[in-house]
Design a protein around this ligand. Structure first.
Ligand code: C2E
Ligand code: MG
Ligand code: MG
Ligand code: MG
Length: 279
């Protein structure tokens, strides 16, 4: 069969080289193009933040998570899953992340001025961004520039980010805590972390990964969720479940003691001007 393909490719001439071009090459080309376009995107302000509501158990909208999107002039809306990993590899996450912090604070201020009540907005900070030397100062500056109180900002870090370079993590977390900024651990439960280190960190929240919420009917997932909630409570932290799409999931989580929820059931991420402050 391979021989036949080779024969056909030869027969149809030079252009058929592409017939053999590995998919990996195509992916590499696409990354290179995206990287170039991403540099331009920053200058041309093609990034935008959407906001997804976070709800307490009343249920009332209490906060939001800021989620970046790329409004590409030709390709349309590109999701962060597609470009954030590349932004991390190319270090473009540093200017992008700085923009996210500033833009989030600017939006908090704008909502305040419009009379909207929201306790805080959470931003995602990637490992490379958190590891940079000036990170704490960058947060302080974003708050200062926009006149936003540190209590209004929550920083979401993943487990992986927290456990690598633990000394640096602890120092930065304490500096952020001293400022009044709170920290949440995103996608909690999928990492490799031993739970014991959590006690020693100045955290305010754990965010249960949506994969557990999605599979909550699976006894293994249910046990993990139950354990995370129990542990979170015993540490005196808030716990929020991510990816709630059905009432049954909320009922289960609530019965286990969860107190905050985020997911399509309550609202999808939307542009700031479409954000609903009540359900
Ligand atoms: P994340 O921080 O864990 O964000 C939650 C993701 O789950 C978001 O995807 C959100 O739209 C999605 N989601 C929320 N509720 C539901 C639900 O009920 N069902 C389903 N199926 N999905 C739900 P999104 O916006 O595509 O973001 C993906 C990831 O990209 C984020 O995961 C985060 O890791 C990263 N990201 C997003 N914005 C930023 C940013 O500004 N900076 C950095 N460094 N990373 C970001
Ligand atoms: Mg997040
Ligand atoms: Mg998450
Ligand atoms: Mg995630």
């Amino acid at each position: 069969q391979a021989d036949t393909a080779m024969y056909r490719a030869k027969e149809s001439g030079r252009n058929s080289i592409s017939f053999f071009k590995p998919a990996m090459q195509a992916a590499a080309d696409r990354r290179l193009t995206l990287e170039k376009e991403m540099r331009r995107a920053l200058q041309e302000q093609q990034f935008v933040l959407h906001y997804q509501p976070q709800v307490n158990d009343e249920p009332r909208v209490v906060s939001a998570e800021a989620l970046i999107r790329w409004q590409h002039p030709e390709k349309g809306m590109i999701s962060p899953a597609e470009f954030i990993p590349l932004a991390e590899d190319t270090h473009l996450i540093l200017p992008i992340g700085a923009w996210v912090l500033h833009e989030t604070c600017r939006q908090i201020k704008a909502w305040d001025e419009q009379g909207h009540k929201i306790d805080h907005v959470a931003v995602n900070v990637s490992s490379r961004q958190f590891r940079q030397a000036g990170f704490v100062q960058q947060v302080r500056q974003a708050l200062l520039d926009t006149g936003v109180n540190a209590k209004r900002l929550v920083i979401e870090l993943t487990e992986g980010c927290v456990i690598e370079h633990i000394d640096d993590t602890i120092a930065k977390m304490h500096a952020l805590q001293a400022m009044g900024v709170r920290i949440s651990i995103d996608d909690f439960g999928v990492g490799y972390s031993s739970l014991s280190y959590l006690k020693s960190l100045p955290l305010s929240q754990l965010k249960i990964d949506q994969s557990f919420v999605r599979h909550i009917n699976d006894p293994n997932a249910a046990v993990i969720v139950e354990t995370i909630i129990m542990m979170t409570k015993s540490l005196g932290l808030n716990v929020i479940a991510e990816g709630v799409e059905e009432q049954a999931q909320i009922d289960f989580l609530k019965a286990k003691g969860c107190s905050f929820y985020q997911g399509y059931y309550y609202g999808r991420p939307v542009p700031a001007d479409a954000f609903k402050f009540s359900l």
